[in-house]
Design a protein around this ligand. Structure first.
Ligand code: URA
Length: 281
């Protein structure tokens, strides 16, 4: 029979390493007031006559704008969270400001199950930006993208084309680790999208490399699978209307599971190297 240690090890390997649910629960939130019993007919009669409907509408207080730090309340509609994300991201004039806005933003539930915000690594002045999907366990613990096993493979792929972490910029479409490495939901993706798009716009690289299907989808809006997309240059359109070439390629985590596919990623990286050289020489 497996020991507790072996079972825990199995869970950790499978990504089950946090006793959390997918959605945060605010246990400090005030209990809703108990429902008031319907008034007795006598009580109703004792009240002053009710005001006309129009007057009551006039007196109703205007709804307060939703501050970024209370967006995690279940009562805040999803649209308000997306709208606030757009507003904050658009208002960030620098990457530092964007980082601060994102750190203060409470509209994405992933923030409450993650240990750290994983904003970026590398050189913000780099001519080339690599984009993954979402941080994993090691990235969450350190607050840096691509530092686990797939990151180590990515470092070797960089080296193969003469790059390293000082000559590239690396980020993810989602900056918080989804619990147990599950796939981010469409809503989480939509809420994080404005921040990610603004990050690309502020880095303003000459080339983008999408690592895996979700990053390729976020950058090119293509619905094709990554095995069809990879190896073909696409365009990313920024909010200000600029077009940046994107090379979709295979995610390093996929390559670790399917080493025979590395030859395709190698071709894509050589392609990237040639285009980067042409753009920067
Ligand atoms: N996979 C990703 O897509 N991003 C990371 O940062 C790590 C693993």
């Amino acid at each position: 029979m497996a020991s507790i240690r072996e079972i825990l090890h199995f869970y950790a390997e499978a990504g089950v390493d946090a006793a959390l649910s997918d959605l945060p629960v605010d246990r400090f939130a005030a209990e809703p007031p108990p429902a008031r019993p319907a008034p007795e007919p006598r009580e109703m009669a004792a009240r002053p006559p009710s005001q006309p409907r129009e007057m009551r509408a006039e007196r109703a207080p205007a709804p307060a704008p939703t501050p970024a730090s209370t967006l995690n309340k279940a009562s805040v509609p999803d649209d308000a969270k997306i709208a606030m994300a757009r507003q904050l991201a658009a208002g960030a004039a620098t990457l530092e400001e964007l980082h601060e806005q994102l750190a203060a933003f409470d509209g994405c539930n992933l923030k409450f199950t993650a240990k750290n915000l994983v904003f970026a690594d590398g050189n913000p002045q780099a001519a080339i930006m690599f984009v993954g999907e979402a941080p994993g366990r090691e990235e969450d613990l350190e607050g840096k993208p691509f530092i686990g096993r797939s990151g180590q493979l990515l470092d070797r792929m960089f080296a193969a084309i003469g790059l390293d972490r000082q000559s590239v910029y690396i980020a993810n479409t989602i900056p918080w680790r989804p619990p147990g490495n599950r796939t981010p939901t469409p809503l989480e993706t939509e809420i994080c999208r404005p921040f990610f798009e603004r990050q690309v716009e502020l880095v303003n690289p000459k080339l983008l490399v999408a690592l895996g299907g979700p990053a390729a989808k976020a950058l090119t809006s293509s619905t094709e699978g990554i095995l069809r997309l990879r190896g073909n240059w696409k365009q990313h359109l920024t909010a200000s209307g600029q077009q940046i070439p994107v090379m979709p390629t295979l995610h390093p985590a996929y390559l670790l599971r399917n080493p025979a596919q590395k030859r395709f990623a190698w071709r894509d990286f050589v392609n990237v190297k040639l285009r980067l050289k042409a753009l920067t020489d």
